[in-house]
Design a protein. Sequence first.
Length: 290
Amino acid sequence: MRPADGLNGYIWILLAAFFWSLIGVISKICMNAGVSPLETAFWRAAFGSILFLAHAAAHKGLFIRARDAGFFLLFGIWGVGVFFGATQYAIKLSGAAMAVVLLYTAPVWVAVFSRLLFRERISPRKLTAIGVALTGTTLVCFSGGSLPGQSSLPGIACGLLTGICYASHYPFYRWWQNRYATATIYGFMLAGGVLALWFCVPVNLDHEARVWFWLAALGVTTTFFAYACYGQGLKRISLVRAAVTCHLEPVLSTLWVWLFWQENFSLAGWLGSGLVLAAVLLLTTDKKRD
């Protein structure tokens, strides 16, 4: 891997983290307007799927093997349907900041998946970064949440579930990235999630224009833009590096919901967020080849 490729990989992953950091604040706008958590997840997946499939069609990427399309659709039930739904419930029950930080238990699972499936070496520096990130996540988890006066065990459970779902994206995409374009993979995968969510929630088409704007913004920024950047990043840096670099997302997400929704952590929660950021810096300053 050339140094320039590694640097570009980090830039792409950091862009993905920025777009993902908008999930909490935009989702809260939608749910406060009366959209249920599962319907919010449905529209997030639907708008993203439409854009990815349109992009794939424009580049003649829709005609793939039926068996492979089936794999993408089936994975979408778990990797999009369960993932997006659990994310929205974690945001509603425990607060957007806590939900996103709990999502970042993912590097532990990524390290396990990448070692088992791809024989990817986990260096001492990577292990240290993961340990620091998980220490920060633990502090946030036991800080009581980011909604004042509220602590929800179901919310924490949904947040931890999103970490496992999120982790499974890394090896899945790595397995298929040399066979199909990012738009093809995510277009079909998101379509599987849309179908799964369709059967779980009544979909309302009678929203105000303002609500439609925010639902579309959620799908375009946190799904289409984020996963497009993420796919480019995974072509250039390792699974574990990408996972830990994305820990910038909970720090940004916490900042947005603090600014716009007055969500706030205790001292332990802020300390945990600081450790998460420290893990990102620790990993991205490593000069060794993967």
